[in-house]
Ligand binder design. Structure first.
Ligand code: ADP
Ligand code: ZN
Ligand code: ZN
Length: 747
């Protein structure tokens, strides 16, 4: 027998499988991890195929050293997925296989914790046997404890009999009991949340209707749905019901959430319903915890997986359902190579494994909603909140008027009044600020003018020039530059400056206005510790503070009944991001954050502060009118030739040498240019071709350049994309080249 093994070494010389002899008596399956010799080294690998013969004569093959696990770590459908990803991303299979395994397992660091189990051998009469153990009362006691015939962990016996190990071994040698090894889990994540098992509430008519549409597909293991349910419509309860349906039929489910540390409540709801059948996977677990959760899933001990992006690779068998909660979130796009979109992986897994896909959001991405309209997904809608609670009342405040009226505070008078009322009634408030893009764009505090790139319809960002105190404005999209203006080109005001207002400043201002109010601040600074999110949110939930001040992280699925007021301190912060998705993000953020208000009996109020109250995106967000927003944004994308009508593609070159990166970038540009000149039909599909330093010119010591293209989204444009992928596959000593299509961020 011969095994084809992909070794866990990322180097192009070892990208293809190597053949090894399978020693007699070693039982191997495809997908099992093995240790093999490679040159003079010992390396780990994964068996990707088994065969009787191969091209190389058997006497020249070396044998596999040993199997690393008692089961195939990579299931057959996961191997197929890794192969598909490697092909799409033009990267070695060893690299995509790494996505399927916890890193500590690959490094051999987190061995499964084993426990010895003692059990009476079948047919033995424990009491008679105990009577015969005259020389050892300890052995007699142990036999009596095992008389029930059930398996007992040695650790349990040790709490009643001191040091039972030796006596147990002797009993096993006498053939009276059996000792066996068994894998056990170490402490589970979120163990401190110990839950009473709960029961489902009576579903609302809308929840029932949604389930009625989706259940037949669940039963058949097919279908792709987009659930558009307003904030507070009870989407989670729908996921729970679907997961229950799947589990009762012997299946498994994966529930993806954007960032689990921010949504401990979601984990709580699943734990409450499914108890230890729930596994949790996210970035804040220790390596060992992640490994243990992974094994529980692989061995079928946990059948519902709740996790962030990488949980899409959870090794479940009999997959019946994948839910992507808040499907519009950017976090589903991987920011590391191999780059993947968890939503696409979900689609691919559902197709391959015969499962139902459910994408869900109160603010679906433009792309997904467009696909649903085209019929790629079945659209399911939940238009009202649970128990007909009203949607929160949103008021837009024009911040230009505040300045004109002499209010220099970052809080409008209206927001100050509402905060006063909220606190005096013993309610809680959330103040929200999007820290990203903070301090980077230039806007006029008098008229709201924002400096934009003349060619691109995106705001320019402020950059400090290296080695000087000068700064310049740069367009992240096309590379254009200009000096920052000192007076507003629109209204000649001198109040034009980079917009700067962080969470810390909001917190200070709140203390100044309301000295007796306790606040909790949640941002990058206060959430460094492993459990910080959980602790801060729990404290707020228990009413230990009246206000929560935070960055966009608090906009996600939180459910605090006592929150009746939400303030969006600076709605424009995302609107001015240098990205064609800025309006989509702004709409999503305002709608989501507004959705945190008034989730219990008392209706909620939202104050949105902006310098652009007339902006259609702000108007649609204030009305929480997704359809209106979709219609206008889809039209803007169509006329402006943005995705999904076009594709932004780039070849990114990274190198420790600036010169090498630039030279490579120029060569790539020339190659693309030559290709287009030689293919006039393809050339017509390309709307833009440029070579520039990447917007972020250096990351982790590597210089970055890119060739940027805008391509009509059309099947006929495939050759252009293929050409780019092939160019990226070129090997170079000094440079790494990546082909990216519609990347999450263009940095
Ligand atoms: P969404 O994710 O759609 O914003 P959630 O799933 O967080 O909404 O649900 C909002 C609130 O309504 C939660 O507190 C949840 O427990 C409650 N809820 C959901 N469904 C029901 C129901 N059928 N009956 C009573 N309360 C419900
Ligand atoms: Zn102005
Ligand atoms: Zn530009």
């Amino acid at each position: 027998m011969i095994a084809q093994v992909i070794v866990d070494v990322v180097h192009e010389n070892v990208a293809k499988p190597f053949s090894y002899l399978v020693p007699d008596g070693l039982a191997l399956q495809v997908g099992i991890r093995v240790a093999v010799p490679l040159g003079r080294q010992k390396v780990n690998g994964v068996v990707v195929a088994l065969s009787e013969t191969c091209d190389i004569p058997p006497e020249r093959l070396r044998p596999i050293t040993r199997a690393l696990d008692p089961y195939a770590a990579v299931l057959p459908h996961m191997l197929a997925l890794a192969e598909e990803l490697a092909k799409e991303d033009h990267c070695p299979l060893s690299e995509t296989l790494r996505l399927m395994l916890p890193s500590a397992m690959r490094a051999g660091r987190a061995q499964a914790k084993k426990e010895t189990i003692a059990q009476l051998t079948a047919g033995v009469d424990a009491l008679t046997a105990a009577a015969q153990q005259k020389r050892s009362p300890k052995r007699a006691t142990l036999l009596k404890m095992l008389a029930d015939g059930n398996p007992h962990p040695v650790s349990e016996l040790a709490t009643l009999v001191t040091a039972p190990q030796e006596a147990l071994k002797q009993l096993a040698a006498q053939g009276l009991i059996d000792l066996s090894e068994c894998e056990v889990s170490r402490q589970q994540p979120y163990e401190k949340l110990s839950f009473e098992l709960g029961v489902a509430p009576t579903l609302t008519p809308e929840q029932q209707a949604a389930l009625a549409v989706m259940t037949p597909a669940l039963q058949k293991g097919e279908g792709a749905f987009l659930l558009h349910g307003v904030t507070g419509s009870g989407k989670t309860e729908v996921y729970l019901a679907m997961a229950k349906y799947v589990l009762e039929r012997g299946g498994t489910a994966i529930i993806l959430v954007p960032e689990i540390a921010l949504t401990p409540q979601m984990v709580g709801w699943f734990r409450e319903r499914f108890g230890p059948d729930t596994a949790v996977l996210h970035s804040r677990l220790t390596d060992v915890q992640r490994c243990d959760e992974w094994r529980r899933i692989r061995l079928g001990k946990a059948r519902v997986v709740v996790g962030a992006r990488s949980a899409i690779f959870a090794p479940v068998s009999h997959l019946g359902l994948i839910v992507v909660d808040e499907e519009h979130e950017q976090t589903y796009l991987s920011d590391k190579h191999p780059r993947y979109d968890a939503r696409n992986i979900a689609k691919s897994r559902c197709r391959r494994e015969g499962a139902t896909l459910l994408l869900s959001s109160a603010t679906p991405s433009i792309l997904s909603f467009a696909m649903a309209r085209r019929g790629d997904y079945t659209l399911v809608e939940m238009a009202s909140r649970v128990n007909n609670r009203p949607m929160p009342q949103v008021t837009v405040v024009d911040m230009r008027r505040e300045l004109a009226a002499g209010n220099r505070s970052i809080f409008s008078l209206l927001l100050q009044q509402k905060l006063q009322t909220c606190f005096s009634q013993g309610r809680q408030a959330m103040l929200f600020l999007n820290h990203r893009g903070y301090n980077t764009f230039v806007s006029c505090r008098n008229c709201g003018y924002v400096v934009k790139c003349p060619q691109c319809d995106v705001s320019m960002t402020l950059h400090q020039l290296e080695g000087s105190d000068q700064s310049e404005l740069r367009c992240h999209f096309c590379g254009a530059t200009m000096p920052p203006p000192s007076v507003c080109p629109e209204c000649s005001s001198h109040y034009i400056r980079f917009f700067g207002c962080g969470t810390q400043k909001v917190d200070e201002e709140l203390h100044r206005l309301f000295p007796n109010v306790k606040t909790i601040r949640m941002d990058i600074d206060t959430t460094q510790k492993r459990d910080a999110h959980y602790e801060l949110l729990t404290a707020f939930g228990q009413g230990m503070a009246q206000a929560l001040v935070g960055t966009q992280m608090i906009a996600k699925g939180l459910d605090f009944p006592n929150v009746t007021l939400v303030g969006v301190v600076a709605a424009d912060l995302t609107l001015n991001l240098p990205d064609y998705r800025a309006q989509e993000r702004t709409f999503q953020l305002i709608t989501q954050v507004a959705g945190r208000a008034g989730r219990a009996e008392t209706p909620g109020e939202v104050v949105v502060q902006t310098y652009k109250p007339e902006h259609p995106c702000i108007i649609a967000a204030a009305a929480q009118d997704y359809r209106a927003f979709f219609t206008q944004e889809f039209e803007r994308r169509r006329t402006g030739l943005y995705p999904p009508f076009t594709m932004i593609a780039r070849l990114l070159t990274e190198s420790e040498s600036c010169d090498a990166a630039e030279a490579m970038n120029n060569r790539l540009y020339d190659a693309v240019d030559a290709f287009l000149k030689a293919n006039p039909a393809q050339r017509r599909r390309v709307l833009m071709l440029r070579a520039d330093p990447a917007p972020v010119t250096k990351i982790r010591g590597k210089y970055r350049y890119h060739v940027l293209l805008k391509v009509f989204e059309h099947p006929d444009a495939q050759p252009v994309l293929q050409m780019l992928t092939e160019l990226a596959a070129v090997n170079d000593e000094q440079c790494q080249i990546y082909a990216e299509f519609n990347p999450a961020t263009l940095i």
